[in-house]
Design a protein. Structure first.
Length: 571
């Protein structure tokens, strides 16, 4: 029987459609990021009954997926089944084994970060009405979050004390101030609201601000005093996530060895290139003997910035145009005709971000992707700007998201694209798609370096970034498998990444907040590099690099190691 019309496929397609619809009902913020707007006025329900229903739903879908025979499905359906398996298995596991919803502090800022995406795409008064309705639900959301955290305190399922302190003292105060500015944003976006709509937004903003202030006090008084012990995953849980989140069978020790090998080679190249640059700079030493001296050289290069804040966006627009011309000339990537890349300042309330990508909404092809930038000249050393433009713009995240939008915008249930947005993944603790997404953008950085795109100084930043991604693998694995204490991790970052101690402590906090996210950059990039090398070898003179990258995009955010089965004959 033809697989295209087999009973197994029909059964799966019905399951996929019902799963996608029900999943988005439980994750309305994610529907917004995908470009579906029927749930734009809602927030996730964190009540015990809703979370119990959600768990039962994932458990039922998991059982049905495991009962299906993948051999009876065509390749595209098999990929969708694997994506659904990853999500449902992870949800059931974290609910049953970890009770993670009782210590998930990431949810405390989730409504704010999700409103950022929504505001970034808002164009009409109707869009702003949905924003006001979603903001009006924030007090209930935070009350439910407080109930969950209070249950965690009662059952000793506690979050990490440093994370709670960071949220209470750093993140939430910024969010409180943000809601003071929210009512003025429609006018700043050239949208006129009626008097009633303006009052609705004003009231919702006021209540949200009060709710975040109360939540900050709750964390300080009801959670922080009871958190004493740093929280890590443990080796068994880490290995479980490597296998079932990323499809990686290598042990943590093997991954550390890979990262240390990359780190050693990157450091050698950093010293060599720094020495070349030093000989060209007046007053610099003629030779460099260690990474500290190389870092000092880079610090000198980092003193150059755009002259004015209003020069930031033109700088990156020029760099993206330069990168687009280069990839056309070298035939590295196909950049579609009529590509629209939006560049704009980061909205108020987003801190510690120099620049980031808001992907083109997958299912709303009317909307563009945005490269959003901190509008402060001092935040943008020009020596680092080209690398950021490549990673976030072209040929990195922006090009990837546009390719996906063009290929999948009419897909009835694009389950492979769940959990692709950073803050959605952070709130859920699931970073499976990031091995492709961040891995690809990091691969693009290195591919552009090998092709000669960067100046010598820019190439130095690319090598430093590669070394840092390798350090992140060592430290993330070390922390969460018990091989490193927090202090040992700080010392490793200071020594091997030449990072100032306060920055190193912030890095360690990041790894504790979102375990395994930091390893996706290097490990995904290495998988893509190996895949490119093997495809070149297998295809010989038939290999076309731009078409190879189009082929990568055609699968969506699938683990690069899984792509080998589809792109290599002998895999």
């Amino acid at each position: 029987m033809n697989k295209a019309s087999s009973p197994a496929l029909e059964t799966f397609l019905r399951l996929r459609a019902s799963f996608f619809e029900r999943y988005l009902e439980t994750q309305p913020e994610e529907a917004t990021t995908l470009g579906l707007h029927h749930l734009d006025d809602r927030l996730k329900d964190l009540s015990p009954s809703a979370l119990g229903d959600e768990y039962a739903f994932h458990r039922e879908v998991l059982a049905r997926l495991e009962h299906l025979s993948p051999g009876e499905l065509p390749p595209e359906a098999r990929l969708d089944r694997l994506a659904m398996l990853d999500i449902t298995r992870f949800h059931v596991h974290t609910y049953e084994e970890l009770r993670g919803h009782r210590r998930n502090v990431e949810l405390s800022t989730y409504p704010h970060t999700m409103l950022q995406y929504q505001i970034g795409q808002a164009e009409t008064a109707g869009d702003w009405s949905a924003i006001a309705s979603r903001a009006a639900r924030i007090p209930t959301f935070l009350q439910q979050q407080e109930q969950l955290l209070a249950e965690g305190v009662a059952t000793r399922e506690l979050p990490d004390p440093h994370i709670v302190h960071d949220f209470a003292e750093d993140h939430l105060p910024v969010i409180e101030r943000y809601f003071e500015h929210l009512p003025a944003l429609p006018e700043a976006h050239q949208v006129t609201l009626s008097a009633a709509e303006a009052r609705q937004l004003q009231q919702a903003s006021h209540e949200a601000q009060r709710a975040f202030a109360a939540h900050r006090q709750f964390l300080r008084e009801r959670v922080l005093p009871y958190t004493h012990v740093p929280v890590v995953l443990g080796e068994d849980e880490y290995q479980w996530r490597l296998r079932y989140m990323f499809g990686l069978t290598a042990s943590p020790e093997e991954l550390v060895r890979q990262a240390e090998d990359v780190l050693e080679r990157a450091q050698e190249s950093i010293l060599q290139l720094s020495g070349q640059l030093a000989r060209e700079l007046p007053g610099a030493p003629s030779t460099l003997s260690n990474l500290g001296e190389a870092r000092a050289l880079l610090l000198g290069l980092e003193t150059e910035h755009p002259e004015r804040d209003e020069d930031v966006i033109p700088l990156y627009r020029e760099l993206i145009a330069r990168a687009e011309h280069f990839v056309h000339e070298q035939e590295l990537f196909n950049v579609p005709e009529g590509l629209r890349l939006g560049l704009k300042p980061l909205p108020p309330g987003m801190v510690d971000v120099r620049g980031t990508n808001w992907p083109a909404p997958l299912l709303d092809p009317r909307k563009v992707g945005w490269f959003v930038l901190a509008p402060m000249a001092a935040a943008h050393p020009t020596v680092w700007a080209a690398l950021l433009a490549v990673h976030e713009g072209i040929p990195g995240h922006f090009l990837q998201s546009v390719a996906w939008q063009r290929a999948f915008s009419e897909h009835p249930a694009p389950v492979r694209f769940l959990l692709v947005t950073d803050h959605v993944a952070m709130a859920r603790g699931h970073f499976g798609p990031m091995l492709n997404i961040e891995g690809y953008a990091t691969y693009a950085e290195e591919r552009m370096r090998r092709a000669g795109f960067y100046t010598a100084a820019e190439a130095l930043t690319a090598l430093v970034a590669r070394a840092l991604r390798a350090v992140r693998v060592v430290v993330d694995i070390g922390l969460h498998t018990g091989r490193m204490t927090d202090e040992a991790a700080v010392r490793y970052l200071v020594h091997h990444a030449c990072m100032p101690e306060p920055n190193a402590r912030r890095e360690v906090l990041r790894y504790k907040r979102i375990p395994l996210q930091a390893i996706t950059y290097l490990l995904g990039a290495l998988d893509f590099e190996r895949l490119e090398e093997d495809c070149r070898r297998e295809r010989g003179s038939r290999f076309n690099e731009a078409r190879f990258h189009d082929e990568l995009f055609s699968f969506g955010p699938v683990s690069p190691s899984l792509l080998r089965r589809f792109m290599l004959t002998g895999a």
